[in-house]
Design a protein around this ligand. Structure first.
Ligand code: GDP
Ligand code: MG
Length: 239
């Protein structure tokens, strides 16, 4: 077991916790003990939710995946984008909205976002797409937060790429942390052969872990985070 955890570059202090004698042979329980907060299901509560994170990490695609899954469960879904700087970004989500037959609005300011959410007040789920923000780009991060701070509750999920390294994760968490993150999701689990650094950043963040992106396909490649998936990712020895 130690070999597998080391192969996947799980940090040594987390390996020690996982292999603590009281947990031996009970890896699942051990993971639950150090990563206690898996996000609750979004399907049975009214929710307004946004993904924040770096450009290209998969925010828009994740929203399309979840919106499609929600629609197929018979939920009423609205889509809003505040990523209005780039024409292609608006087009990307509006194309998904068209394909999925979902209502779509754009908002360029906090008051426009508030209006959009009010127009979607009868929806079960509203997803708000955002522009990517680099961890060094303080102005962009603050601007993003100012728009999201529209006076209505929006759950913020920080989307991390599965293939990051320890320092990148630290920098992303410290850049986005001050803006109040409710949960973390991970994208592109299919694109890494080494989940340890991401796993350790999740343990260190101690925030609920909500979704895993496991491929590019809409809507199938998005799942609720689970201990069993984490266990498989940190113990596999082949790819
Ligand atoms: N392999 C893989 N590709 C993904 C995943 N999620 C998103 N992508 C791809 O990543 C690229 C950028 O995604 P996008 O949603 O536009 O990122 P955004 O800039 O954060 O909104 C697209 O080509 C997506 O198809 C995933 O879980 N696995
Ligand atoms: Mg996008």
């Amino acid at each position: 077991m130690r070999d597998a955890l080391e192969f996947n570059e799980v940090a040594s202090n987390h390996i020690a916790q996982l292999l603590d004698s009281s947990y031996e042979g009970r890896l699942q329980t051990a993971i639950e003990a150090i990563l206690p907060n898996l996000g609750s299901s979004i399907w049975n509560k009214k929710s307004r939710m946004t993904f924040v994170g770096a450009t290209g990490v998969g925010k828009t695609t994740s929203i399309a995946k979840l919106a499609a899954q929600a629609k197929s469960r018979g939920l009423r879904v609205g889509l809003v984008t505040i990523d209005t700087y780039r024409v292609a970004a608006v087009e990307q989500l509006s194309k998904y909205a068209e394909l999925l037959g979902l209502p779509f609005l754009t908002a360029g300011s906090a008051s426009e976002l508030r209006d959009a959410l009010e127009r979607f007040q009868n929806a079960d789920l509203v997803f708000v797409d955002t522009a990517g923000a680099g961890t060094w780009d303080r102005a962009r991060l603050e601007e993003l937060n100012a728009i999201l701070d529209c006076g209505l509750a929006i759950e913020k999920t920080l989307l991390l790429p599965a293939s990051g390294n320890k320092r990148d994760y630290e920098s992303i968490l410290s850049a986005f942390g001050p803006f109040g993150i409710d949960s973390i999701s991970v994208s592109k689990l299919d694109e890494t052969c080494c989940f340890g650094p991401c796993f350790s950043s999740l343990v260190n963040a101690q925030l609920p872990v909500s979704f895993f992106g496991i491929g590019p396909n809409v809507p199938s490649d998005m799942e609720q985070a689970s201990i069993s998936r984490i266990q498989r990712l940190i113990t596999r020895k082949t790819h």
